[in-house]
Design a protein around this ligand. Structure first.
Ligand SMILES: C[S@@+](CC[C@H](N)C(=O)[O-])C[C@H]1O[C@@H](n2cnc3c(N)ncnc32)[C@H](O)[C@@H]1O
Length: 328
């Protein structure tokens, strides 16, 4: 329970945002020739809890590597950004990684507004509960909704904005889509504002496939959460155990792709949507991409998004990066 409720504000955009609703996504994605569902649908409360478990897995190096950089380099990152800062975060989740940056900023200024934007209301609440109690100088103004809707509602500030996008969430977009997203996001920022983006790096297939298909099966359960949502929220007649989780690294493209693969010929009936979705054995639903970058590809992302790449920090094993992109 939050000790200072007056320092927490939540704007819930509900269905007003432009993140596609579950039923629209199911109609569009499961009736197309190559079946797919968008990855933001993973994150209901159960999905957000499963993601928190993924971050603790031995195989899931990105969280540890990202945390290492943010913990060891927080002061450098804040100095490079240039205070006084207002901190915005896209897909903040439980905000666990954000604490060192918050503390480094509060060493240099007396107060801080933190503006997390996430489709998961549960995760926003966990984040505020963990950050607020020990930090009387902090105010949290959260938006529950899609990234772009949240950015469009930031309004004016006299401070420099630092927009965090951690945990390699940018990898859910293709490289061209990521550049286009940053171009649009820039419009909500002023000259001199910056993005700090956590980007996972290209590496060995075995390491990557294990990170997205752990021995305990937590990532499989996370992927299958989509089927649980279809069953529980849309009344779909679907057995999650009739599908299997797949994670495949496309080396050339530098992308890990996640799928739900049908174990047999079957028909998934969703009466609430008037849909009957046929599957053949082995047919896949594409559920997530996780694009990996080389350092050259990170530099190209800056060029293609019209930002300036000022600095990149790596973890000790050079598995993961944090890059500061400035809006000119
Ligand atoms: C991979 S998790 C990362 C969480 C945290 N930033 C970290 O690094 O551990 C992605 C987060 O982004 C949120 N998210 C995914 N798609 C989103 C969207 N389109 N708009 C807003 N939030 C989104 C999810 O709810 C989830 O909390």
């Amino acid at each position: 329970m939050r000790s200072r409720p007056h320092d927490y504000e939540l704007l819930d955009l509900g269905t007003a945002g432009h993140a596609e609703s579950l039923s629209d996504a199911v109609v569009r994605g499961l009736t197309s020739e190559r079946k797919s569902l968008p990855c933001h649908l993973f994150y209901d409360e159960r999905g957000s809890r499963l993601f928190e478990r993924i971050t603790q897995l031995d195989e899931y190096y990105p969280t540890r590597a990202d945390e290492e950089i943010l913990r060891d380099r927080a002061r450098e990152i804040v100095a490079a950004t240039g205070p006084p800062i207002e901190l915005v975060e896209l897909g903040s989740g439980s905000s666990t990684k954000t604490a060192p940056l918050v503390d480094a900023i509060l060493e240099l200024q007396e107060t801080l507004d933190y503006r997390p934007i996430d489709v998961s209301r549960a995760a926003l609440e966990w984040g505020a509960d963990s950050l607020l109690p020990d930090r009387p100088e902090l105010r949290v103004r959260a938006v529950c909704g899609d990234y772009e809707d949240g950015l469009a509602r930031l309004g004016p500030t006299t401070r420099r904005r630092l927009v965090l996008w951690l945990g390699s969430s940018i990898g859910n977009l293709t490289r061209p889509d990521a550049a286009a997203f940053l171009r649009r996001a820039r419009r909500s920022l002023a000259p001199g504002d910056a993005f700090l983006i956590g980007i996972d790096l290209r590496k060995d297939r075995a390491v990557l496939e294990a990170a997205y298909d752990d021995a305990e099966g937590v990532t499989a359960e996370f992927n299958k959460n989509l089927l649980h949502r279809l069953r529980d929220e849309l009344g779909a007649h679907v057995d999650p155990d009739a599908f299997v989780h797949r994670a495949v690294y496309d080396v050339e493209d530098g992308t890990v792709r996640m799928f739900l693969e049908s174990l047999r010929d079957q028909i998934v009936r969703i009466e609430s949507l008037g849909l009957e979705v046929p599957f053949t054995a082995g047919e896949r639903v594409h559920t997530e991409d996780s694009t990996k970058y080389s350092l050259d590809e990170i530099a190209r992302l800056a060029e293609d998004s019209g930002t300036t790449l000022e600095r990149t920090w790596l973890d000790g094993e050079a598995r993961f990066s944090e890059s500061l992109f400035r809006r000119g």
